[in-house]
Design a protein around this ligand. Structure first.
Ligand code: AMP
Length: 143
């Protein structure tokens, strides 16, 4: 299954902020949208960075709550690992495992078109395993 299929099921809603938004803005948006990461984009939806709940905890732990008023530009992860819509779920899983992160923005033609989280990947894997075991059961019953 490709990333496109997952996006078509969960929708292409993407929560983004610009680099001049503050970490406080990001915290408010993470809470409001009940998500774990926000992609930081330019005016053309080009990916500039990503900020996740782990970054928020680490930054406050290291620098105190004053960091909440600083812009994302200096706080976000800038080397963002992305994927293309036609890539497969195993490819994304491998990328998440190797990079030890739980979010992969989907980019097409230089623009952000979606985001795949580890939750999406796990949901897909569970459904796939259920399908496989149902097929095996059917096969055994019909033998
Ligand atoms: P996460 O597991 O997604 O909460 O992120 C853990 C760390 O990896 C944080 O420092 C994030 O900013 C960073 N991160 C998350 N997603 C990506 C990504 N796709 N590419 C690069 N870094 C990422």
């Amino acid at each position: 299954m490709s990333v496109t299929v997952i996006l078509s099921r969960k929708g292409n809603d993407i929560v983004t902020l610009s680099p001049d938004a503050t970490l406080g803005d990001a915290v408010a948006s993470l809470a409001r949208n009940r998500i774990g990461a926000i992609v930081v984009t330019d005016a053309n939806m080009g990916v500039e960075g990503i900020i996740s709940e782990r970054d928020v905890v680490r930054l406050i732990g290291e620098r105190g709550v004053d960091v909440l008023s600083e812009p994302l530009a200096g706080l976000m992860t800038k080397a963002v690992v992305t994927c293309a819509p036609d890539e497969t779920v195993p490819q994304i899983m491998e990328r998440m495992t190797r990079g030890r992160f739980r979010h992969v923005p989907v980019v097409s033609g230089g623009k952000l078109v979606g985001i795949i989280s580890i939750g999406d990947v796990v949901k897909y894997r569970v459904e796939e395993m259920e399908r496989e075991s149902a097929q095996l059961r059917d096969y055994i019953m019909s033998a």
